[in-house]
Design a binder for this molecule. Structure first.
Ligand code: DGY
Length: 318
């Protein structure tokens, strides 16, 4: 008999077809986030679950006495919504989908980079509200990124790829914060072991921190204060790596030039104080949101399930 798999959110058609080939599958046609109760039932009735960032896979679920689930294949690279320690202790395999989403996430970091430095939100808003007074040599000016310093915090796959693109395509100088120099870099970049030094020196800071619990509030209020008022901040990793309230306050008081954010604390509830700021570009967590990438992510999650149930090496076990 085919193993039973429950999918927590709507998924691309191609991924659905592939799943049906190998498993007895239950889909979430409404695409409404499962309640804890429904997740509990899923843990007790399925052999495998396909989930994503909107599902909290807690210790409570992983320690259910009647738990049946043996593998949870997450569609997404970040797994801060899953209690990995508890999964390990309770023999549930967790997999994610790295690599396939790197370039589309870098595309969004690039959009944010150009958008905040050229006031894209503000100028478009002005035009759409019919407030454009006409071409001017001195109005609506942004700043060039060429020759400016990009400070990368988190030199993993996405951080590295964004740094490379910013350097090679946009002519930015790259600094990165790390405990030791990254060895396999194919472009020029200088390491800073002191985060405050990187924050002070950079014209644009881009966060690519992993979603480990230890990175919560990593860019704290006191660290935000190290950033120069003329500098910009970009975040495509997770909302809670920054003190979001302190960031909002600093942006409102123009103590930072601008911020480009694709991720927030407690999504989708972005506070009105942040939404009303015009020196920001705010996207609804779309880093990997292209048809091609979402299909690749889904297919990789399915490959992980297939490998597991065929007793083969799981590709992306955490
Ligand atoms: C990721 O892959 O981590 C994206 O943020 C979606 O979860």
């Amino acid at each position: 008999m085919k193993p039973k798999v429950i999918v927590t959110r709507d998924i691309p058609d191609e991924v659905e077809l592939k799943l049906k080939e190998y498993f007895q599958v239950s889909f979430n046609r409404e695409d409404k986030v499962f309640s804890n109760d429904i997740l509990r039932k899923a843990m007790e009735s399925a052999d495998g679950i396909v989930c994503t960032v909107t599902d909290s896979i807690t210790d409570e679920l992983l320690t259910l006495p009647n738990k049946k689930v043996k593998i949870i294949a997450n569609i997404g690279v970040g797994v801060d919504h899953i209690d990995l320690q508890s999964a390990k202790e309770n023999n549930v395999i967790i997999t994610n989908t790295p690599d396939v989403l790197t370039e589309s996430t870098v595309d969004v970091a690039t959009l944010l980079l150009l958008s905040v430095t050229r006031n894209a939100f503000l100028v478009e808003k002005m035009l759409r509200q019919d407030e454009w007074k006409g071409f001017s040599l001195t109005e609506n000016l942004g700043v060039d990124v060429r020759g400016k310093i990009l400070g990368i915090v988190g030199m993993g796959r996405i951080g590295k790829s964004f740094a490379k693109r910013a350097h090679e395509i946009f002519g930015m100088k790259v600094l990165y914060y790390n405990r030791s120099p990254v060895k396999d870099l194919t472009f020029e970049a200088s390491v800073r072991f002191d985060l405050d030094a990187l924050l002070e020196e950079s014209d644009v800071i881009s966060l690519h921190l992993s979603s480990d619990k230890g990175n919560k509030n990593f860019i704290s209020k006191s660290r935000l204060k190290k950033i120069r008022p003329s500098s910009f901040l970009i975040n495509t990793s997770r909302g809670d790596v920054i003190d979001q309230m302190a960031l909002t306050d600093m942006l409102a008081k123009k103590k930072l030039a601008g911020a480009g954010l694709d991720v927030f604390i407690n999504e989708p509830n972005v506070p009105p104080e942040l939404r009303q700021l015009t020196n920001t570009t705010l996207y609804p967590h779309i880093g990997s949101a292209t048809h091609e990438t979402r299909t690749k992510m889904g297919m990789l999650a399915v490959e992980n399930l297939i490998a597991f149930f065929n007793k083969k090496q799981v590709i992306n076990e955490l």
